[in-house]
Structure formats: structure tokens, C-alpha cells
Design a protein around this ligand. Structure first.
Ligand code: PLP
Length: 491
């Protein structure tokens, strides 16, 4: 590594990215390329001789950028945004620059200890119970993983092993895990990986009457049936901010019920966890003290660049027991003293990045007030959009808004219904066409979901650069496209 070249090329890349952000509105938000476009453009083997950074960046511009969907665009309203920030980006740069492999304390003490400090800071910010934090007198603690899926795999494994230690390994086939039909599919994937029988993953049905929340009554019914059949409940995944509609499962009664069966409760707050740093949203976590673990993705809505999932557990030994490994080449005095955390035992892989650095940069650069203001501004913009939807009688809100996602559609009464197909079918088809016609403009990007058989459009505010004017323009585009599509309907 040549210092002068490192400096020169580094400056070039920063300049390139600064230009990218400055011109981000010039690109269609959703990439318009066809499958295979890049494979066709690029050579079919790596270059034999070194190429210059100038040439490579030119190809990024010409070949890569057309195939990028611009998640950092202020007009990105799809899925849940990935809210990056300068602070986090610079933290990532530091992390990459140091390029350490922080598998255990000794491999870079600062990486482990900064992670412990940051996880305790965040735990306080979220007002998680003290039992989730590192302390001299408790068993809890937090860890930074890449994704929620990893958090669920690790906690489900902990729950499974804890139960099997108690009841014997011959009972593996009897273990059952619970979620709702709104829970993220991560749980199903985790169950497969951890070795829970696919038919033992219970997706409890939710209904519109409860805004698609998991109710303790419906959960209890399913658990009771399983117990009567000789099965063993071990794990519930409750969600604060479901992926489709951002609904919130009632944590307190769900945890109370689960404790009767000695189940592990994991709270997945991948998106909405960030909002709970604001006192006015904290009540959505009421009852979390009854849970065994809690996670959220800082890369979704806390100004942190990908990928950064924060996981806390009450009983760290339940997690580390099945995940820890020992090799002679990793033995060291610090580990043997029992006085340090070796994060390799809190995750799937051995290798891990110095992730705490970027979160630390974010927390310090924005401060709590800055982070809260960021969340509140997004919620305010979503609320404004919701107001605009309700003022236009052709549209309806499908599920009440909780945070910064508005679930809406053109209502069936505004659409010519062909009785042959039925009301919902026609409305679903219409809204699907409407969304496609909006996205095809390249001016904004939104995505859809379906709950209770109803197709709807999700207007999800979360990109760092989004301002009121982008929301206003997005709504005008929605209205225009709805008007022209309704006009083309045959009476
Ligand atoms: N859980 C919820 C509620 C989500 O909304 C998502 C993704 O949007 C996930 C889990 C998956 O997260 P990850 O990709 O970090 O595994």
C-alpha cells in the first residue's frame, strides 16, 4: 500500500461519491436495466494487467450505476429505507482502514470494548431493562451482528439448546416455534438452519380487526393444542413494526403468556426499534422486560450504513454456550481469566468487523437530540402524506399508520368493478397497475404488500435526504397517475 497513492485514490473516490450524491436526482430511482445487462457488458475474465483507478471509476459510472437502484435518493419510498449518513460512512472508512479481525478481546481490545460501550449506550437510549446490558451484577449484554436473520438464528439456537439441555436431546422433533402470519420470513429460514421441523413453525393467523397484530388469545389457542398433542413450545418471535404494515404486537401479554410455557421470546424491531429512542414511541416496547432478547437494525432507520443489527440478550451464557468454539491457536490469558467478552462466541462466524466504530461515530456526531429529530421528521412527513391521502376521496388508508410508513390504495368504490372477478380482485389489479405506472416514471420508487387479501401501496419514508418537497411531489405523481388510469377504465 503506497501512502501517496492511497491518499490520491481515496480523495478520488470521495469526490466521485460526493458527485453521485449531488446528482442523485438525475437517475431513475429504480434501476431500469434488463436481466443480464452487466454480464453482457463486462469481459468474461479478470484483466491480466493492473488497471488505473480512473479507468475503473469510469466503468463504475458507465456500467455499474445504471444497474443501481438508488436507495439513497430522496425519492426512495420503497421497502424500509437504508438511512446512511456521513458520520457512519466515515466510521466505515476508519473500520476498513484499520481492517482488524475482532474475533476475541485480544485480537483488538478496543473493538470489543467499544462495542460493549456502544451497546450499553443504545440500551439506555431505548430504555431497555438493565438486565439486557453489560453490568457487574447481571448476565445480559449486547452484540453487533449484520442482520436480523442472524439475530434470530443465534437466539433460536440458544432457546433450542437451553430446552434440550433440560428435557433431553431425544425431544428435538417435538420442539415448536411461534410467530404470526406477519412475522418476517427470517424466522422460517432460521428454523430450517437451526433444525426445527418445518411443520413445527406455527404462523398464527392475524386479522384486520386487530390491525394484523398477534393476539395472546390466538397464540394461546395454538400453543394449547400443541401442548395437548405432546409438543414442546420453545420460542416466540414477536414484532415491533411488521414488514408489511409496521403493526406492533402487544409485548406485555405475549411475554406473560410465553413465560407460562417457559418459552424464549425474541422481539424483532428491525425497522421500528430506532423510533423507540423517542420518548413518544417508547411505549411500543412496553413489556420488553419480559422478553429474552431484542434486536433492531440500525442500518434501517438510525443513520447507520449497512449492515448493522443490534442484538441484546438477558442471559448471555444461553447464547454463548452453543455458539462458542475453542481452538488452540486462539487460546490466550485474557479469555482464560474470564474477564473479557469474546464476541466470536456471540455470532455464527469467527471473523467480525469493527462495527462499533461507525455506530459510535453516529451517536457522537448526531447526539441523542439529532437522532430523535431525524426520526421525528420522517414520521411528520409520513403523517403529512397520510393527510393528503385521506383528503382525496378516491383513496383509502388500508391499515393505520404507526411510524413512517403509509399503507394506502385507490379504494374499490372509485374503480369500475367487474362483478365477474369480484371487488378485491379488481382493486388489487388496479392498484398493482397504478404502482407500476408510478415506478415506471423513475421519479420515485414505492413497493407493495398484501394483507388479508388486499393489495396496497407502501409509502415508506426513511431515506436520509428526503424533505417535505419530495413527499409533496410524490403525492402529486400518485394523484396524476391515478387520474389517468381511472380515466382509461371502460365504464
Ligand atoms: N424483521 C423485520 C421486521 C424486517 O422488516 C426485516 C426486513 O425488512 C427483517 C426482519 C430482515 O432483516 P435482515 O435482512 O436484517 O435479516
Amino acid at each position: 500500500l503506497d501512502h501517496a497513492e492511497f491518499r490520491r485514490q481515496g480523495h478520488m473516490v470521495i469526490d466521485f461519491l460526493a458527485d453521485y450524491y449531488q446528482n442523485i436526482n438525475n437517475y431513475p430511482v429504480r434501476s431500469e436495466v434488463n436481466p443480464g445487462y452487466l454480464v453482457e457488458r463486462l469481459p468474461d475474465c479478470a484483466p491480466l494487467l493492473p488497471e488505473s483507478i480512473e479507468r475503473i471509476l469510469k466503468d463504475v459510472d458507465n456500467d455499474i450505476i445504471p444497474g443501481i437502484t438508488h436507495w439513497q435518493s430522496p425519492n426512495f419510498f420503497a421497502y424500509f429505507a437504508s438511512s446512511g449518513s456521513t458520520a457512519s460512512f466515515l466510521g466505515e472508512m476508519l473500520m476498513n482502514g484499520f481492517n482488524i479481525v475482532g474475533f476475541n478481546w485480544l485480537s483488538s481490545p478496543a473493538a470489543t470494548e467499544l462495542e460493549m460501550v456502544v451497546m450499553n449506550w443504545l440500551s439506555k437510549l431505548l430504555q431497555l431493562p438493565r438486565s439486557f446490558s453489560f453490568s457487574n451484577d447481571g448476565d445480559g449484554g449486547g452484540v453487533l451482528l449484520g442482520t436480523t436473520c442472524e439475530a434470530i438464528i443465534c437466539t433460536l439456537l440458544a432457546a433450542k439448546e437451553k430446552m434440550l439441555d433440560k428435557i433431553g436431546r431425544t425431544n428435538t422433533e417435538k420442539l415448536v416455534v411461534y410467530c404470526s402470519d406477519q412475522t418476517h420470513v427470517s424466522l422460517q429460514k432460521a428454523a430450517k438452519i437451526v433444525g426445527i421441523k418445518p411443520e413445527n413453525v406455527r404462523k398464527v393467523l392475524t386479522t384486520k380487526s386487530t390491525n394484523f397484530k398477534l393476539t395472546p388469545e390466538s397464540l394461546n389457542e395454538v400453543i394449547k393444542r400443541d401442548v395437548e398433542a405432546g409438543l414442546i413450545p420453545i420460542y416466540l418471535c414477536a414484532t415491533v413494526g411488521t414488514t408489511s404494515t409496521t403493526t406492533v404486537d402487544p409485548l406485555a401479554p405475549l411475554c406473560e403468556l410465553s413465560s407460562k410455557y417457559n418459552m424464549w421470546v425474541h422481539v424483532d424491531a428491525a425497522y421500528a426499534g430506532s423510533a423507540c429512542i423517542c420518548p413518544e414511541f417508547r411505549h411500543f416496547l412496553d413489556g420488553v422486560e419480559g422478553a429474552s432478547s431484542f434486536s433492531f437494525n440500525a442500518h434501517k432507520w438510525l443513520l447507520t450504513n449497512l449492515a448493522c443489527c443490534c442484538l441484546w440478550v438477558k442471559d448471555k451464557s444461553a447464547l454463548t454456550k452453543p455458539l462458542s468454539t475453542n481452538s488452540e491457536y486462539l487460546t490466550n490469558k485474557a479469555t482464560e481469566s474470564g474477564q473479557v467478552v469474546d464476541y466470536k462466541d456471540w455470532q455464527i462466524a469467527l471473523t467480525r468487523r469493527f462495527q462499533a466504530l461507525k455506530l459510535w461515530m453516529v451517536l457522537r456526531s448526531y447526539g441523542v437530540t439529532g437522532l430523535r429529530a431525524f426520526i421525528r421528521n420522517h414520521v411528520k412527513m409520513a403523517k403529512n402524506f397520510e393527510g393528503l391521502v385521506t383528503m382525496d376521496s378516491r383513496f383509502e388508508i388500508v391499515v393505520p399508520r404507526y411510524f413512517s410508513v403509509v399503507c394506502f390504495r385507490v379504494s374499490p368504490c372509485s374503480i369500475n368493478i367487474n362483478e365477474h372477478h369480484g371487488k378485491n380482485y379488481e382493486a388489487n389489479e388496479f392498484n398493482h397497475k397504478l404502482l407500476e405506472s408510478i415506478n415506471a416514471t423513475g421519479l420515485i420508487y414505492m413497493t407493495h404488500s398484501v394483507v388479508g387479501g388486499v393489495y396496497f401501496i407502501r409509502f415508506s419514508v426513511g431515506a436520509t435526504l428526503t424533505e417535505d418537497r419530495h413527499v409533496q411531489l410524490a403525492w402529486e405523481l400518485v394523484q396524476d397517475k391515478a387520474t389517468s388510469l381511472l380515466g382509461t377504465q371502460t365504464p
